[in-house]
Design a protein around this ligand. Sequence first.
Ligand code: ADP
Length: 407
Amino acid sequence: MLRIGLTGGIGAGKSTVSAALEAKGAVLVDADRVAREVVEPGTPGLAALVERFGDGILRADGALDRPALAAVAFANDESRAALNAITHPLVGARTQEIVDAAPSDAIVVQDIPLLVEGAMAPLFHVVVVVFTDEAERVRRLVELRGMPEADARARIAAQATDEQRRAVADVWLDNSGAPGALDDTISALWAERLVPFAENVRDGVVVRPRVELVGADPSWPAQAERLIARLRVLSGAAALRIDHIGSTAVPGLDAKDVLDIQITVADLDAADALAAPLAAGGFPRVDTVNADDPKPAYQGGETDPALWAKRLHGNADPGRPANVHIRVDGWPAQQFALVMRDWLRSDDAARDEYLQVKRRAAAAAAEYGSYDAAIAAYLDVKEPWFDRAFHRAHEWARETGWTATSS
Ligand code: ADP
């Protein structure tokens, strides 16, 4: 099952987009609809509200009088909290029921107006944000939904900002244009990203990056943060720390368009216990890779090959290749990933040198068609430089008193 969180400011066009996705075959869960359902006449939800706020919140026909409830419940923080304590668990439970009832291969779209305000983004495989600029939203709310302009502006002001929504958006749909202008974009999102993503999750298939360098993308760190937020939820207490590592974590460095993320765990059993939850969450395991290339010990001599074991996962999302390395706290490759990143961030000459090596590696990889052959050729060129970089980065760490604290 693939779970999509759909959000956007009031009047941006969420209902319009979610209806389009439902028409493609998505199972739609509308948070506003669920919120109304759990307080319909005869429900325990409505009974609880009456018990707390009195029967002045009921209309003559026994249904909830929303303006009357708002008047008493929004009077102060305490009554607002009481309202939420009654309704939120009911909405959560009913939502879970609908999701559980969906077929296992379903693409479930949850339309949640307050997804950002509720910090729910990491709970979804993909977050889709529908954006329309504010002036146009006010116009639509006033002209099409008959809302007084002052109400429209007050509702917008009480919600999250566009920047806050942008920070969690895996997909940003600009619905400022004419009705229907987004149809092709939504069709492509469905057919080229969501459907293959769902199939990849079902089959445990990881999306491979192209083995070629692209210019440094300033949005890589923010993209990594979104994946890290999901990985935190999926890993729970097993993750001692999760870091954005590799070239995409070094500002200004050209790289393959694949985000490297490291989950640090206490031992390999903890890494193996993450296999199933990460796979269900969109990060299937790559079981052909179970170790890093051992490097000579920093202080000279060999290191224990067993200490180079790791687990590797990737991303099933066709829109965002990633390598998720699960490594054991304090083992050499776990430390090296952090030292190397921080050394390259701080040393311009080392970064330039590394870039030249990467360019040669990419040129070597360009001779091959398959991912496996291309990545092998790429690593063949890169690894000898890495063997020396291992030593140099540790030297830098010793000289600067580096410790693995930054993320
Ligand atoms: P939301 O669910 O985000 O509050 P809606 O989907 O209800 O927003 O859209 C708000 C209003 O704007 C509705 O009346 C809808 O029909 C209309 N609308 C949606 N998209 C467009 C568009 N691209 N151009 C003009 N009106 C639109």
